[in-house]
Ligand binder design. Structure first.
Ligand code: SF4
Ligand code: SF4
Length: 136
């Protein structure tokens, strides 16, 4: 059975230069589409992937990633904004890998487009008043 899933990979520091994705494709015969990647050598990296292949290979590939210290997050989580808490400070705008936040030039408010969100969780830690919440 072929499976296809969207997942977020969180790479530990100093791992972005290792050929993890190359090995994943070569050794486990998986197909992938990188939807977004934010990787720098000094920081934790983040990659949003659409990954597909035979279920058995997929499971082995995921095991390979986790054994190598990659934290995997499925996109079945839902991230919402608590509108009462948001102060429109703008801290989330540049860090969101999918540009789900946008400054409204007229009102100076930060709009949140939930349909763009891939539930990577980055804004949850970065939001000063903790307005971004993850729901399972
Ligand atoms: S970081 Fe939090 S408070 Fe600031 S604009 Fe984004 S959601 Fe609102
Ligand atoms: S969880 Fe936050 S940072 Fe991640 S995609 Fe959704 S809105 Fe953007």
């Amino acid at each position: 059975m072929v499976v296809s899933k969207r997942i977020v990979l969180h790479f530990p520091k100093r791992m972005g230069d290792r050929p993890i994705i190359y090995r994943l494709i070569k050794d486990y015969d998986l197909e992938f589409n990188i939807l977004k990647a934010l990787i720098t050598p000094e920081d934790e990296g983040l990659m949003v992937l659409a990954l597909s292949g035979e279920q058995e290979n997929y499971d082995k590939g995921i095991k390979y990633l986790t054994k190598n210290g990659v934290r995997i997050q499925s996109l079945s989580q839902d991230v919402i904004r608590n509108e009462e808490r948001c102060t429109h400070c703008g801290a989330c705008v540049t860090i969101c890998p999918t540009d789900a936040f946008e400054l409204d030039p007229l009102t100076r408010h930060i709009n949140f487009y939930g349909e763009k969100c891939v539930a990577c969780g980055v804004c949850i830690k970065a939001c000063p008043p903790r307005a971004m919440e993850v729901h399972f």
